[in-house]
Write a protein that binds this ligand. Structure first.
Ligand SMILES: O=C(CO)[C@H](O)[C@H](O)COP(=O)(O)O
Ligand SMILES: [Fe+2]
Length: 220
């Protein structure tokens, strides 16, 4: 299993002071930033778009920006996000008829490509793309909102992927923090850990980031 990647979700950051709050978690040991994009259509909520990524990029030239597109027309925004400075563009398999072609388009635009699945979508929907994409995201909550409860019921999807692809980056997103949730996700084989509320709301963010990393890295 690849090494841990700890990706705080800026959905839980202070949007009024975003670059500074995001920089803090990087300084405290986070590897990347997870940027949640919601269009109010694929999910029943709206968040931010490419202009915010562009501004963040200006403030943090070197930080890896992992963008999670919860949008109905993911092919529409590839160039905007590439131009804005996104490093990874993760789209939902439920939102596109030809994921392989979209992965190629994302790569051609100079970004890494991720493919996400909602909790109700079987893992078979992403298996054909696991060797083309740079990462598979198994959602551990219904996409659309931060601060929800982790769903252990999706762990068999993580296990199946890890058994078939020992070196794949497998991301989990939603409701993760220290304790039972990270233990369960890491045991199943997840190595890229998104954590919004548990990091940004913690009195000791550094301890949460290093604790998550330690649990993942103890599994291999
Ligand atoms: O994609 C998401 C929601 O759709 C977020 O990344 C996720 O919810 C992270 O937030 P938290 O750790 O607070 O659950
Ligand atoms: Fe996300």
């Amino acid at each position: 299993m690849p090494q841990a990647v700890i990706a705080p979700s800026i959905l839980a950051a202070d949007f009024g002071d975003l670059a500074a709050d995001a920089q803090k978690v990087i300084d405290l040991g986070a590897d990347t930033l997870h940027v949640d994009i919601m269009d109010g259509h694929f999910v029943p909520n709206m968040s931010i778009g490419a202009p915010v990524v562009k501004s963040l990029r200006k403030h943090m030239p070197k930080v890896f920006l992992d963008c999670h597109l919860m949008v109905s027309e993911p092919e529409k925004w590839v160039q905007d996000f590439a131009s804005a400075g996104a490093n990874m563009y993760t789209f939902h398999v439920e939102a596109h008829a030809n994921p392989a072609a979209l992965i190629e388009k994302i790569h051609a635009a100079g970004m890494k490509a991720g493919v996400a699945v909602k909790p109700g979508t079987p893992v078979e929907a992403v298996l054909p793309f696991a060797d083309k994409a740079d990462m598979i995201l198994i959602m551990t909550v219904e996409p659309g909102f931060g601060g929800q409860s982790f769903m252990p019921s999706v762990m068999p999807k993580v296990k199946t992927l890890r058994e078939k692809y020992p070196n794949l980056d497998i991301q989990v997103d939603g409701g993760l923090g220290l304790g039972e949730t990270i233990e369960t996700a890491a045991t199943a084989g997840a190595n890229v850990i998104v954590a919004g509320t548990s990091v940004f709301a913690a009195p000791d963010r550094k301890a949460v980031i290093s604790g998550l990393r330690q649990v993942v890295n103890s599994k291999y």
